[in-house]
Design a protein around this ligand. Structure first.
Ligand code: SF4
Length: 209
C-alpha cells in the first residue's frame, strides 16, 4: 500500500497576517520546517531544523481545529522556506475545503501551484528569485538589512510590474532599520521609482506569533 504523503511541520497556528498588503487579516499559518538559506537576520531560525512529520490528512485536521478558535478564510504557508517541500497535495486539499492560499517564499524555489497570493522575499547577498514568479507575485518584500540599498530596490522595481508593490520592511522594527527604511523610501521616490512602501510587522507590535 502506498505511504501517505508527509510534510515536515514546525507549527500550525491562527493569528493575523502581520506583514505586507494583507496585514491585519485573520490568517491560519502553516510553518513548514527547513530552509535552503541562512540569513543572519532570520527571526524563524527555530524552523530551520526539527519539525514533526505529518501526513496531509493530519495537517487538514489540525487546520480545521485551529480554525474553530479564530476563523479565517486564508491559509499562509510559511517557514523556513515552504517550497523546498512538495506542497501541491496540501494546497489542493485546502482549496477544496474553500481556503484561500498565500505563500511566503524566498523565491529561490518554484512549484506550479494554484496559489492566490504569492509574497516574495528575495534575500541578500544575491537577491536571487526565480523568474516564473514575475507575473505571479502580489507583493515583493525586502527586509531592510545592512545589505539592502537603492540599486537592489531599483533591480526589483525593474523586474516586477509596477502594480506589484515593493515593500521595505525594517528588520524586527529596530530603530536603525526603521530609519534606514525611511531613507531608502525617500531616495527611491527622488529617483522616480513607483509603488515603493515601508511596511512594519504588526504581529510584533501586538507581541503575538
Ligand atoms: S529565507 Fe527566510 S526562513 Fe530562510 S533563513 Fe532567510 S529569513 Fe530565515
Amino acid at each position: 500500500m502506498p505511504q501517505p504523503h508527509t510534510l515536515k511541520i514546525t507549527e500550525i497556528f491562527s493569528s493575523i497576517q502581520g506583514e505586507g498588503l494583507r496585514q491585519g487579516e485573520p490568517t491560519l499559518f502553516i510553518r513548514l520546517t527547513g530552509c535552503n538559506l541562512r540569513c543572519d537576520f532570520c527571526d524563524t531560525k527555530y524552523a530551520w531544523k526539527g519539525g514533526q512529520k505529518l501526513c496531509v490528512e493530519e495537517i487538514l485536521k489540525r487546520v480545521e481545529k485551529e480554525n474553530k478558535k479564530f476563523p479565517s478564510e486564508w491559509v499562509c504557508l510559511t517557514g523556513g522556506e515552504p517550497l523546498i517541500q512538495d506542497v501541491k497535495e496540501l494546497i489542493e486539499k485546502l482549496k477544496l475545503n474553500g481556503m484561500k492560499i498565500q505563500i511566503e517564499t524566498n523565491a529561490t524555489q518554484y512549484q506550479d501551484l494554484p496559489v492566490d497570493w504569492y509574497t516574495l522575499s528575495p534575500k541578500p547577498p544575491e537577491y536571487f528569485f526565480r523568474t516564473e514568479f514575475t507575473d505571479k507575485a502580489k507583493e515583493v518584500k525586502l527586509v531592510v538589512s545592512q545589505e539592502l540599498d537603492l540599486e537592489i530596490i531599483q533591480k526589483m522595481r525593474n523586474a516586477f510590474p509596477e502594480k506589484v508593490p515593493i515593500l521595505l520592511q525594517p528588520e524586527s522594527n529596530q530603530k536603525w532599520s526603521l530609519d534606514k527604511g525611511m531613507e531608502l523610501l525617500k531616495t527611491s521616490l527622488i529617483r522616480g521609482l513607483k509603488n515603493i512602501k515601508v511596511s512594519l510587522q504588526l504581529h510584533k507590535i501586538y507581541e503575538i506569533e
